[in-house]
Design a protein around this ligand. Structure first.
Ligand SMILES: Cc1cc2nc3c(=O)[nH]c(=O)nc-3n(C[C@H](O)[C@H](O)[C@H](O)COP(=O)(O)OP(=O)(O)OC[C@H]3O[C@@H](n4cnc5c(N)ncnc54)[C@H](O)[C@@H]3O)c2cc1C
Length: 415
């Protein structure tokens, strides 16, 4: 194929790198502009430095992990999905493995090895990379892309521009929202931002005493008054300001939307989800009868992590030293209730800066999902987190970035 088009890609994250690689594979003249001195800063942080690059579940299940708008990605996933991504790395000498909940990681357990493969592939496909790029504005005439101006006044002509500048969270990695500004100036709508996958703050200050404690296999239920907003089972982590961990992050998007409407939200943690209230009450009763002279503090050590016992009794308003044979039936039922619904009031979330993903972005109705091209400006494409889609933890967000990047790169090259 002839090298006939100049394609400029703005943003060297996973979406921009994959777009550049695909357009390069299709023999176009590709320039990748990155504002940092290196590529993939956020990618390096991903999966706690291990990079959970995708998830090995089926397409329908995968789409179900997006907070909304997941269907928009169907075409991108049909073009380049989880198995394609895994093959991409394996064929280039980086084996991957599937862990619990179908999360996929490189066998090396290092996100740097993912970046390494991408960088080699960029070089192999003759992608020119300009680091520390300072872009002033994009230029379009008669709704058609013409190129862009750098801050020093230089004009870079382009037949196609792919915007892949990420969201607005973890902005130290480079994603400061520039692409949204460029899009707005070209007439695009950008929907309101809110933090996705974000730790939650609680009004109850005692959580400080539980900082660092992880609860595995608990059921948590976020409620507005008596109504349930969202619930699930998994792992919760107490922090000095509130709650976090995979389960809380995954459910946080829905909670944040609720809080935005100034609704009161509390969470109920079921510390014994495997037992019904009646079964739990009977178990307590058995324990109390077989150890009548033990104090409640010692008995509860069999039911709760050690660090939680004092806090739990304080909330349940029970004297830790009281012997269990002195505990009334009502008080025992109170303990059962607290074990089944340990309540915390939610005061808000950490700011978007500390969220793992941005909810909101370029309005989907203005992007063609079959190509990722703008419906407003010919030759302008979008890829990655700057599009208004976001998902749970588990590798879904990175796959979305890689897939939309691949599709945008291919469409720009072939159109
Ligand atoms: C701590 C953390 C851990 C995460 N872990 C995972 C995980 O394990 N699995 C998962 O699926 N998702 C994970 N995510 C989410 C995932 O990393 C992002 O969804 C993904 O990186 C988005 O890719 P992107 O290419 O769209 O944007 P980004 O990765 O944000 O890349 C955008 C790039 O554009 C550049 N840029 C911005 N503006 C300009 C400009 N004006 N000029 C030139 N360049 C510009 C930036 O410097 C940056 O390099 C994690 C996120 C965080 C914060």
């Amino acid at each position: 194929m002839e090298q006939n088009k100049k394609i400029i890609i703005i943003g060297g994250g996973p979406a921009g790198m994959m777009a550049a690689i695909r357009a390069g594979q299709l023999h176009q003249q590709v320039v990748l502009l990155e504002k940092n001195a290196g590529l993939g800063r956020k990618l390096l942080l991903s999966g706690k430095g291990r990079c959970n690059l995708t998830n090995a579940c089926s397409l329908d299940e995968f789409l179900g992990h997006f907070s909304k708008n997941g269907q928009f990605l169907r075409d991108a996933f049909k073009k380049f999905f989880n198995q394609d991504l895994m093959n991409f790395f394996e064929e280039r000498g980086l084996p991957v493995k599937v862990e619990r909940q179908m999360r996929v990681f490189p066998v090396s357990d290092r996100s740097a090895s993912i970046l390494d493969v991408l960088e080699k592939e960029l070089i192999k496909n003759n992608v020119e990379i300009i680091f520390k790029a300072k872009i002033k504005s994009l230029s379009a005439v008669d709704n058609k892309v013409k190129g862009l101006y750098l801050a020093d006044g230089q004009f870079l002509p382009a037949d196609k521009i792919i915007l892949a500048t990420g969201g607005v969270s973890f902005s130290l990695t480079g994603s400061t929202g520039d692409g949204f500004e460029f899009s707005r100036k070209l007439g695009h709508t950008v929907t309101a931002f809110s933090p996705g996958l974000v730790p939650l703050k609680t009004a109850d200050k005692f959580v400080k005493n539980l900082e660092g404690l992880t609860l595995k296999n608990v059921l948590i239920r976020f409620c507005d008054g008596k109504r349930e907003i969202v619930s699930d089972v998994g792992e919760l982590l107490f922090t000095f300001f509130g709650i976090s961990g995979p389960l809380v992050l995954a459910l946080s998007g829905k909670v944040v939307n609720w809080l935005k409407e100034n609704k009161k939200v509390h969470v109920e943690i079921d510390l014994k989800p495997g037992l019904s209230e009646e079964q739990l009450n009977n178990r307590l009763l058995r324990e109390f009868s077989s150890n009548p002279r033990k104090n409640i503090k010692n008995v509860l050590k069999g039911f709760l992590p050690l660090r939680m016992v004092d806090v739990f009794l304080e909330i349940a308003k029970i004297n830790p030293e009281i012997r269990v044979n002195q505990i009334s039936r009502q008080a025992r039922e109170g303990i059962t209730n607290h074990l089944k619904a340990f309540r915390l009031d939610i005061a808000g979330s950490l700011p978007i800066e500390e969220a793992m993903v941005t909810q909101g972005g370029v309005f989907l109705k203005e992007i063609d999902p079959r190509t990722m091209e703008s419906r407003k400006i010919d030759g302008l494409y979008f890829a990655g987190e700057m599009i208004d889609v976001d998902a749970d933890t588990g590798g879904f967000n990175l796959q979305a970035a890689f897939s939309t990047g691949y599709l945008a790169g291919e469409s720009a090259a072939l159109s």
